[in-house]
Design a protein around this ligand. Structure first.
Ligand SMILES: NC(=O)c1ccc[n+]([C@@H]2O[C@H](COP(=O)([O-])OP(=O)(O)OC[C@H]3O[C@@H](n4cnc5c(N)ncnc54)[C@H](OP(=O)(O)O)[C@@H]3O)[C@@H](O)[C@H]2O)c1
Length: 337
């Protein structure tokens, strides 16, 4: 096992679900300053939405064909929402949409292609809908080989930058609703596996040594910081922005691992991971729970807002400002109308 594979195996082993956890010098505690619900790590998406009538609501979820995205779409449609589900091809999204009960509409979104994000937002706007909840769920794990896309490291492009383009283009449809929500699907790796400086801006083009684990942690920290920045830029009466960790969930996220790493990861999934039904709960709860109206800039694990004490950058406003400046510089024309 080489050094990179060892790092990946360590991350696979350390990705444990936790509610009040202490590890890597970080302590996670439920944030009682915000509404705390009756749900926890074992709750399912069906349970957290029981009794909720989402008829008349429109939810857009990215990555609807697999894992927690698929389960989120299934449950939101079951509760009456019109779910617009994205897939990397229309066929994938269509197949997923056709397999659930309720009102769903497939659209294409390839996050590694910023023009695809622009086109996706345009096709949603052409539907004449407004959006009540936007769940930025799609993503890739840490096992992929290093690759640059338009000169930027691939995991950062797919998990973060592509979603920024989509979100900025959809803001008018979110504003049209009033009281709408953006839910960023982040990860504990934002504070367990990000580079020490948080976002190492001088390494986005792969100048330094590559670690898939650090790249994944960095992309998930970027999700959290973008959520924080949006919560400052947007009026919470109009649009809220929060980030969630779904837990360690048995999905296809480790698909690009190979050999012993894949074996170890799948073994850990079989033994300790949440089911997709449980993994979808936090994002579906944050996207819909009436108790969370107006709550913005928060970070959720196991269906509740949490604080993170110890060395981390998840609530670092200065870093969020710097990331936003850099993001605008990278995305340039894609953010213009
Ligand atoms: N599972 C976990 O333990 C865990 C832990 C923490 C955070 N998360 C986060 O949870 C989210 C959902 O992951 P999951 O576990 O449900 O994984 P998954 O089963 O692999 O689903 C990922 C989804 O993202 C889509 N996707 C991947 N690359 C894309 C791209 N370039 N453009 C557009 N869509 C793309 C996939 O489409 P294809 O099927 O076509 O590739 C799929 O629909 C991710 O953001 C992940 O980082 C997961």
């Amino acid at each position: 096992m080489n050094r990179r594979q060892f790092l990946q195996a360590s991350v696979a082993a350390s990705t444990l679900p936790s509610m009040t956890a202490c590890g890597d010098g970080v302590t996670i505690t439920i944030d009682t300053r915000l509404p705390v619900g009756p749900f926890g790590a074992d709750s399912t998406a069906e349970e957290v939405t029981a009794g909720l009538d989402l008829n008349g609501k429109t939810v857009l979820i990215t990555g609807c064909n697999s894992g927690v995205g698929y389960e989120s779409m299934r449950v939101l449609a079951l509760r009456g929402a019109h779910v617009i589900g994205t897939g990397r091809t229309l066929e994938k999204a269509q197949k997923a949409c056709d397999s659930v009960v309720g009102h769903t509409t497939p659209v294409v979104l390839e996050l590694s292609d910023f023009q695809s994000a622009v086109d996706c937002a345009a096709s949603v706007a052409a539907m004449g809908v407004s959006i009540d909840s936007l769940i930025l769920n799609a993503g890739i794990g840490s096992f992929a080989e290093f690759e640059l896309i338009n000169g930027i490291e691939r995991i950062f492009v797919i998990n973060y930058l592509g979603h920024v383009v989509l979100t900025q283009k959809l803001l008018p449809l979110l504003r049209a609703t009033g009281g709408s929500r953006i839910v960023h699907v982040g990860s504990q790796q934002a504070y367990r596996a990000a580079p020490e400086v948080g976002i190492d801006f001088d390494n986005l083009r792969g100048e330094g040594e590559y670690s898939g684990s650090l790249a994944y942690g960095r992309s998930k920290l970027a999700n959290a910081l973008y959520s924080l920045k949006l919560s400052e830029m947007l009026d919470p009466l109009q649009i809220t922005s929060n980030v969630v960790h779904p837990g360690f969930v048995k999905t296809n996220i480790g698909r690009s691992a190979s050999g012993i790493i894949k074996w170890l990861y799948q073994g850990a999934q079989s033994m300790i991971a949440k089911t997709p039904e449980q993994g979808a709960a936090t994002q579906v709860y944050v996207a819909t729970a009436p108790a969370l109206a107006g709550v913005t800039g928060a970070y959720f694990e196991d269906c509740n807002p949490v604080t993170i004490e110890g060395d981390n950058h998840v609530f670092d406003k200065e870093l969020a400002d710097r990331l936003w400046d850099e993001t605008r510089r990278i995305l340039g024309d894609y953010l213009e109308s």
